[in-house]
Design a protein around this ligand. Structure first.
Ligand code: HEC
Ligand code: HEC
Length: 373
């Protein structure tokens, strides 16, 4: 009898314990749950205007910080060796100096890792514009066999076991760690990454010429197509602004050069956006990247084929494949002939591109690895 009652007692304790655990797991509306909201106007500079933001994922201090921890945490990969930041490095504007990035087991990606900033102003992501929301995008690298090769169930179980995630998922979302809230936290962090302090960005709003050197200013004219080149006095210029224009140095309207073919190949092997839409006119078109921080985001283009900006400029000046049937009209606006910029013009254009580097952004502690002191 005595034995029985002590077993009974133990059982009661166990049941009570499980009960407790259950309660903790339940999605309670906890009156202590009070994340600190961040006003979008604190994140997005007035000059850039207010982007269209997801209505159901407001920025909070806790959510952005959780997203930042996840971005830098290798536990998101199968063998805990690769984090988002392994391929998206802050010092390179969250791009990668390798043409193709290296994921788990030394496997390589098939495209160059793009820089990450001012993404809230885009509606389409990846070189082939195949994803519309960052919260959906994050599941791709996490599960890709050559990036992080993780399964979502294993990831969820792992996060549940890590005290800092228990704490921060609760603080940010009032839930136990789970992959849906993980995607929302990463979305908050990614959307909050802003680059706005380059010399170019100081020059742009008022077009204040005194901020630029003579060479940079000549470069600005070439970039914006405000140059007379030929003997017939036809106004020609490099017309870069069509697809890399405005303060973001990026055309975010897919129909206006935001997704385009810039004449890299006569017959592209990577079909880009065309593989997604299956339309003939989209074959070999790609998202036009922002040129902010372009000095540090090399190598360039979706396959990282150009190592230097000089090579990029030579491409646009002398090597455009006008025979490509899908070349964007703004690339051949001048009769489909090469621009043939002079060496001076190339140097000036380069000088202008170099004004687009934002060193405050590259060193901004708000975006740096939170696990490093
Ligand atoms: C192994 C390297 C690697 C890892 C790890 C990686 N990425 Fe990427 N990332 C890439 C490559 C390569 C692309 C371009 C893929 C494409 O366009 O098809 C890319 C594209 C992106 C883009 C699209 C940007 C744009 O403007 O179109 C975002 C956002 C992004 N990654 C975020 C992340 C996040 C968040 C993680 C972690 C969960 C992550 N990446 C992990 C290599 C990587
Ligand atoms: C018709 C639109 C269009 C015009 C005009 C244009 N570009 Fe581009 N640019 C693109 C596209 C699209 C890409 C990406 C192509 C790819 O990777 O396949 C690109 C890529 C680039 C890149 C590489 C970016 C990176 O992160 O890898 C640089 C640099 C660049 N362009 C500079 C310029 C300059 C300078 C000019 C003017 C001489 C110019 N572009 C004119 C559409 C355009």
């Amino acid at each position: 009898m005595k034995k029985f009652s002590s077993i009974f007692f133990i059982l009661v304790v166990i049941v009570a314990f499980i009960g407790c655990g259950k309660e903790e797991n339940a999605e309670l509306s906890d009156s202590n749950f009070s994340p600190t909201l961040i006003e979008p106007s604190e994140i997005f500079p007035a000059e850039f205007g207010m982007p269209i933001l997801p209505a159901d994922n407001p920025f909070t201090e806790e959510g952005v910080y959780l997203g930042r921890m996840l971005f830098y945490d290798p536990v998101l990969s199968i063998d805990s060796s690769v984090s988002c930041a392994s391929c998206h490095k802050q010092e390179f504007a969250f791009g990668d100096p390798l043409p193709l990035s290296v994921g788990v087991f030394g496997l390589k990606t098939v495209r160059n890792a793009p820089a990450l900033f001012n993404m809230a102003y885009s509606q389409k992501y990846f070189w082939d514009a195949r994803v519309n929301r960052l919260r959906d995008l994050v599941f791709e690298p996490i599960q890709a066999h050559n990036e992080m090769a993780m399964t979502l169930s294993l990831l969820e179980a792992r996060l549940e076991d890590i005290p800092r995630y228990k704490e921060y998922f609760k603080k940010a979302f009032n839930h136990q760690p789970n992959v849906i809230d993980m995607s929302l936290a990463l979305e908050q962090f990614l959307l909050s990454i802003i680059s706005k302090e380059s010399k170019f960005n100081r020059f742009f709003p008022g077009n204040n010429p005194s901020l630029l050197t003579a060479s940079e200013l000549r470069g600005a004219f070439i970039f914006n197509g405000l140059v007379d080149f030929d003997e017939n006095n036809m106004t020609k210029g490099a017309d870069c602004f069509h697809c890399h224009g405005g303060e973001l140095a990026q055309q975010n309207n897919p129909l206006m050069g935001g997704i385009a073919n810039n004449g890299l190949d006569p017959y592209p092997t990577d079909l880009g956006y065309g593989k997604i839409t299956n339309k003939e006119q989209d074959m070999g078109t790609f998202k036009a990247p922002s040129l902010l921080n372009i000095a540090v985001t090399g190598p360039y283009m979706h396959d990282g084929r150009f190592t230097t900006l000089e090579q990029v400029i030579n491409h646009y000046s002398d090597e455009v494949h006008y025979e490509n049937p899908n070349i964007h009209p703004q690339m051949s606006a001048h009769g489909g002939i090469q621009l043939n910029l002079s060496q001076q013009q190339k140097d000036d254009l380069l000088a202008y591109l170099l004004t687009m580097t934002d060193t405050a952004f590259l060193n901004n502690p708000e975006y740096s690895n939170p696990f490093k002191p």
